[in-house]
Structures are given as structure tokens and as C-alpha cells.
Design a protein around this ligand. Sequence first.
Ligand SMILES: [Ca+2]
Length: 469
Amino acid sequence: MWARCSYRVIAALLIASGVACDDGGVGAQHESRQTVAAAPPNVLFIAVDDLNDWVEPLHGHPDVRTPNIARLASKGITFTNAHASAPVCNSSRISLMTGLDPNTTGVFSNKHYPLREVLPEAETLTRYFMRNGYYVAGFGKIFHRDDNKTEPWDEYFWGAGRPKPASLPGHGVAALPEDIYRYFDWGPVDAPMEEWGEHKISTAAIDFLNRDHDAPFFAAVGFRLPHLPWYAPREFFELYAETDIDLPLAPAGDMEDVPADSRWLDDRSGRAHALIDESGRWHDAVVAYLASVSFVDSQIGRLLDALEASPYADDTIVVLWSDHGFHLGEKERWRKFTLWEPSTRVPLIWSAPGVTKPGTRSGRPVSLLDVYPTLIELARLPGKSGLDGISLVSLMKDPVSALSREAVTTTDESGLAQTVRSDRWRYIRNPDGGEELYDHESDPEEWSNLAELGEHRTIKNSLAKKLDR
Ligand SMILES: [Ca+2]
């Protein structure tokens, strides 16, 4: 059981004596306040699985249609250089939800699971808000797999459901051996909207937003698409039917200057690329991913509509994030797991009433590790020591402020495959010591590995130091 104190009790105590709720529950002396703070803001925390930068605010794909994610961005701030601390679901989500880097958690892959076996003492973001008087509700995929069922919630809704095409495979699996990935399939589906998990999740969250709440709430809403398989309502495939869709650029020979151990890092997805390309299905796969993204965007739109029509519209922080990026042929790769830009870069968009300014953008490197401390500061909760990220509130107020550090991403079973992204550069150090260095000013696609060039030794060494722990 978690020590809890209701918001109403906190408010009464604040008014009476300047006492706030802390670890010891009601009555613990925390700090004196001269004035009574305004009611804490609510939080709408939206997670999307495997969503890369193919959203309108990040311009990751010229044809993608995400008008609702664009609407959220127009109300607040988009971090255009945001990266996951790990390019794989379990370690990324554990890292974001504990506020701890993979090098602190020791969780580098989906094999280090479940959460409570590997990190029995960790205080997750949701537990922290619960302990501080918030009503915490979960909808869909927030943690990896069964961690959603074992972590505490005041209420939780799983919302399963992904209708399949009438005949299987939809379009993809026929070309791909199962050992690459058994869910590598896609196709339009004709099924009632009520059968889709994404619709069930957003509907349950909308019902929640339509209720009267007497405590501040933290509503975590996690969509499972565009994780494979890319089955989506037919209307979202048709959205792209008239468009001449651009495929990702993958020039021949790009991989020749990549060290062998980096190519090895995700060998399966390298084989997937050859098979998809040879089968002539690359275009269809890209459309299926775009359709899945637009379907999720439509559900995010329903959520934003409900929030805007609710009494909580002016007092709710909204944050949208994805657990990592996704390759669709860039660097001859599919899915995630790599340390290149398509795999590490994520949408990270915030609207915080009274803090963010409409339509701002920041290109400073930031990490999903920063979500936990940022939410603490925005909600004006007591600071928490030991978190590995930093609050982004100063960047929200001044998007080009001097606040500058690098975003590190770690993977591999050992944690020995790492990359660091600065304003301009990406440096990668592979488990066998192989290095890559890319200059995003002249090479945003990361085609030319500069690590062997002596003229870049100084910048390379300074970035390598960021990975020494
Ligand atoms: Ca290359």
C-alpha cells in the first residue's frame, strides 16, 4: 500500500498551517509557505508506441497527416531534437517512468523484465503523483506488457482489440520469415470502430475527462499503434491513396562506412529490409505505417476535443511522447533497436497552461528522461532527488536558452552500445569499440561516417567522454 493523502486534506493543511504532504503521509513537515499555492494542475499523459518523427510538427515524412498532433503543437512547445534513452520498448518505458537512465536501472532490453523483479524499490512517475495526492488513472499501454497490471492505479483500463483483415496475411508476412518478426504484417480492415483498441482506450479516457474530479488527476493514455502489425481502419489507408508517397532515402553503399558491430546490432532488421525491398512491398509498408499513425492521431484528436470541452481545459498539462523511433528502410533497417536518428528520435510535445507559449519549438537536445522532473516542476510538487533527467521548464520559457547538454541513448544486452546526440553531432560507440560520427548540419540522414577523420578528433573525443561512466 502506498501512503496517500487526499488533495482536499493537503489544501486544508496548507491553508491552516503551511504543511504539505510528504513521504510520511499527512502531517509530515515539509516546508513553510507564505501563500497558498493554486490548485495543482491535472496531467494528460499521452504515450504512443513505436511512433517515429513521422508527425507533422517534426516534418519526418512529407506526406504524413497528423492534424491533431499539429494542433497540440500549435498550443505549446515541440522539442525537435528529443531522444529516447533506449531504442526499445521495455527499457525506454522503464527509464521514462522511473526517471532513471538505463545505465542506472541496468535495464537495456526487453529481456530485463518485469519491472518489479529488476527494480523492486523504484518509485515510478505514477506512484510519485499518487503519493502526492493525485488520482492516477491508466488507459492502454503505459508500461511494457504486464507491468501495466502490477503497477498501482486508482483505476485502469486495458482496452485490447485490433481487428484483422478478412484473410491473413494482410500484405506483409508472406515475404518475411517468422524468425525476423512474426507480426510483420499490415493491411486495411473493415470493422466497426468500437472493436478497435485505440478507440476503446480514447473512449474510456474521454469518459474519465467528462467526470467530476475532486482531486487533481494524472490520466495516462497509451496507444499501441503504430506498433506492428499495421492493421488500421480502411479510411486511414484511403487517406493516402491519391498521394504519391515518398519512400525513405537509402542510397546504395551507405552501410559500407558503418563498423561491423553496428551492422550486427540489428541483423534481423537488415534482412527484413532486403526482403521487403525485393518483394516490392516497401511502398505498401510505408503507407500502412502512415495509415496507422493517422488513425492514432484521430484518436488523440478525440481526446483533445474532450479536454477542450471539459472544465479542465485551462488547468491540464498535456504531454505527448513515443517510447522510441522506427526505421522504415533508412540505413537499410526496419523497426527500432539501432542507435541512428530514425530509432532514437521521438515526438515530445507539451502544452502547459501558463508556461508554454503557442507554437514554440526548441532544437536543444533533450531526453525522455526529462519527462519525470519536468512534470514534477510543472505540477509544483516537491522535488525528487536521484532522477537522471533535468526539468525542461526553463526551455519551455526560453526555447533557445543556454541550457544545453547532450541526449544519450543506450542499448545492447550489456549497455555497451551507446550514442550521444548534441545540437549538431551524433557520436556512436559500439560494443567492440567501433565508432561513428555524423554531422547533422551537413548530413541529417547520417550517411557519412566521419569518425576516422583526424580533423574531427577533438569533437569526437569530447562526445566520447559523455559516454564514460
Ligand atoms: Ca554511410
